[in-house]
Structures are given as C-alpha cells and as structure tokens.
Design a protein around this ligand. Sequence first.
Ligand code: MN
Length: 172
Amino acid sequence: MSPRRKPCFVVQKHDASTLHYDFRLEVGGVLRSWAVPKGPSTNPRDKRLAMAVEDHSLGYARFEGVIEEGSYGAGPVTVWDIGWYENLTERDGRRVPIKRALADGHALIELHGEKLSGGYALTRVSDDRRERWLLVKTRDDAADARRNPVSTQPESVLSGRTIEQVTAESGG
Ligand code: MN
C-alpha cells in the first residue's frame, strides 16, 4: 500500500432492522463507521444524526449483498457511494491528523465520491455508550439544498442495483 494512496470513504445503504446508511472513513487501517438513519445530505442546513458503530475491515468497503439471518445487521447492503476523502481538520492554523480529530470529537473532511463531494463536518454531540455525532455539509460549491441524492439516486454506484434488487436476487 503506497503511503500516498488516498484514504477511502464509503456509504453503504443497509436495510437491517431499520433502514440506514453506514458512513465509513478509512482511518489507521480500518473503516471508522457511523450509522446515519436519514443518510447524508447535500444541504448545509441539515444536521444528520450519525451514531458511532463498530469499525469494519477495509475489505468491507466494496461489500454488497445480503447479511444472513442470525448475524448482526442481517439484511441487504449496497454501496450507495464510494470514493476518497481528504482530512481538512485544523486547529491553530495546523492540520490535525484524522485519528486525533475524531478522538477530539470534531473532523472536517472533503469527500470525492460520485454522489457526495465537498466538505462535511463530523461533530460528536454526546458521549453515551453509543456516541452520537452530527454529519453536516459545509457551505461550498458542492452544497446544494435542492439535491436529495438519498431519494433521487438510490442505486448502487458499483452495480447500479437498488437494495430491493439485491434482496430479490438473493432469493430473500
Ligand atoms: Mn449498518
């Protein structure tokens, strides 16, 4: 792995006990993960709740399929968006490493995906057993209050399939 390879981000649409979007960032060799019930928004006015969930392995980033009954998170998964990100977090004019930024509860990142791009802020708002964060689009050229990709672009960026098609094709 080249040290210059850009870290990846992925958003997986996951219809488990409730439909949600798993927002994952490559950090220190794993995918740090948040479950976002409403999915990411391109509108800077939307504050999307993001519940911290367990890390996943990097190899999971391109997983699409059905998690079998009896396993944690049983249900279909599609890759709703994938790409790379840049950490833009700064303090006192200096770049803060992403791991440090997340430990401190605030990170500013720039996404380079197919559906999502530009700046997003991740801010921790509670330290409960399951940390609650907010995922908010920053005001930049990629901000667009009229777009709503969660509803208008539901299909996988890898296969073009909807989550319903993934379910049907698995015989579920
Ligand atoms: Mn999930």
